[in-house]
Design a protein around this ligand. Structure first.
Ligand SMILES: [Zn+2]
Length: 392
């Protein structure tokens, strides 16, 4: 093993340690193999080998910056320790734009909240929204006592950026659709930024330091007014070739029964999308179809079921069986370690016991060890995930 050089300029070995340190600082949930770190972390270091990464990690372990452990599979993985936090003073700013509000958060590198604020956004005025975001970032940097331009910035928004055109699409803030939101904000903010779908931000937040912390593969699910999803692998969002990784809400409900076909019409033009069954309005519509004249919204149906109402109880039983089918479909493709649930319907306690009992029927495995858990960060998950987006 070579001695560690001390002279300047930094040796390739020290450059590599710096790259690994930056990676671990910006991916606090990452626990990865040598090969994984070589692949994920050190793209900036030309022609590095796994042996060189192992040597660097051994030095970092000796300094107490990383800890090594062996997983049940036998794989050796490395994760950062608390010592590493001390040397990293980076402030991460996340902004979530949703409907008529923008929320900003500033986090320390270890996820401690420095500030959080909500502002109403100007309606239907693209330029005014850009100006507001730039002002929020400048104010946050001042309050965090850092230089302008020093914080990293991530933006979470409904919809997604087209990888082909760079234009936003599918946002319910329609004035943003068809606009180069990322490059326009980069011009205003004078730095590169990261932009992602709000469900991806949710999944990243929970995978980084929330309910799915330390899990290698995480599927984040939003069950609310709509149904969305995001996949995080080793601390990174899996955006996918078309920028729609994890978007399961507009797949058809799997293993449909005869009376579920063709299913309710969806705004996307299809019938029987998962969203038409598993969103809050979908649950209420299903209840109304069985109990004619009962127009209760989802939260009221949940409350009445808890109070012993048999028809509401039956509606929740249909819902959780469909949720089990829809998630079994995901498990058969992605096979996540943890599925973490957010959105208004994540607050129904019974799902976390009933659904894993039910999904075994459709998962193509003799046993299912996937965990189904409720979010840890609640309303903050989207904006926290936006802050975790920039990878360096
Ligand atoms: Zn649809």
């Amino acid at each position: 093993m070579p001695d560690e050089p001390t002279q300047t300029p930094p040796s390739p070995h020290e450059t590599l340690i710096g790259a690994i340190r930056r990676y671990l600082a910006t991916h606090p949930a990452a626990a990865d193999t040598v090969e994984g770190i070589a692949g994920w972390a050190v793209g900036a270091v030309a022609s590095v080998t796994a042996d060189e990464v192992r040597t660097a990690l051994t030095h970092m372990e000796a300094r107490g910056e990383v800890a090594k452990r062996r997983e049940s599979s036998g794989a050796e993985v490395f994760a950062r320790t608390g010592v590493a936090d001390v040397s990293v003073g980076m402030v991460r700013i996340g902004i979530e734009h949703r409907g008529s509000k923008a929320e900003i958060i500033a986090l320390d590198s270890d996820g401690r909240q420095r500030l959080r604020r909500r502002e109403p956004t100007p309606r239907d005025d693209y330029e005014a929204i850009l100006t507001l975001v730039a002002t929020l970032v400048a104010d946050a940097e001042r309050e965090c006592d850092i230089r302008p331009g020093e914080a990293s910035v991530g933006i979470g928004t409904p919809g997604s950026l087209s990888r082909a055109t760079g234009l936003l699409r599918g946002s319910n803030s329609v004035c943003l659709n068809g606009r180069p939101v990322q490059s326009d904000l980069e011009d205003r903010l004078g730095r590169t930024i990261a932009v992602a779908n709000d469900a991806n931000c949710f999944a990243l937040s929970e995978a980084t330091d929330g309910a799915a912390k330390d899990a290698a593969v995480v599927f984040g699910v939003i069950l609310g007014t709509g149904v969305g999803g995001g996949i995080v692998v080793n601390g990174r969002v899996l955006e996918g070739r078309n920028g729609i990784g994890g978007e399961w809400g507009h797949n058809a409900l799997p293993w449909p029964t005869d009376d579920e076909r063709p299913g309710p019409p969806c705004f996307c033009g299809q019938h029987g999308c998962i969203e038409t069954w598993l969103s809050g309005p979908g649950l209420a519509r299903d209840h109304r179809a069985i109990v004619s004249g009962d127009t209760a919204p989802a939260h009221e149906i949940v409350a009445r079921a808890a109070g012993g109402d048999a028809t509401c109880e039956a509606t929740l039983a249909r819902y959780e069986e469909r949720l089990a089918r829809a998630l079994a479909h995901v498990i058969n493709i992605v096979d996540p370690d943890v599925i973490v649930v957010g959105g208004g319907l994540s607050n129904v306690d019974r799902w976390y016991q009933s659904v894993p009992r039910l999904w075994t029927r459709w998962v193509f495995s003799d046993r299912v060890d996937t965990l189904l858990v409720r979010h840890a960060h609640g309303d903050s998950s989207g904006v926290r995930g936006a802050a975790w987006l920039p990878s360096a």
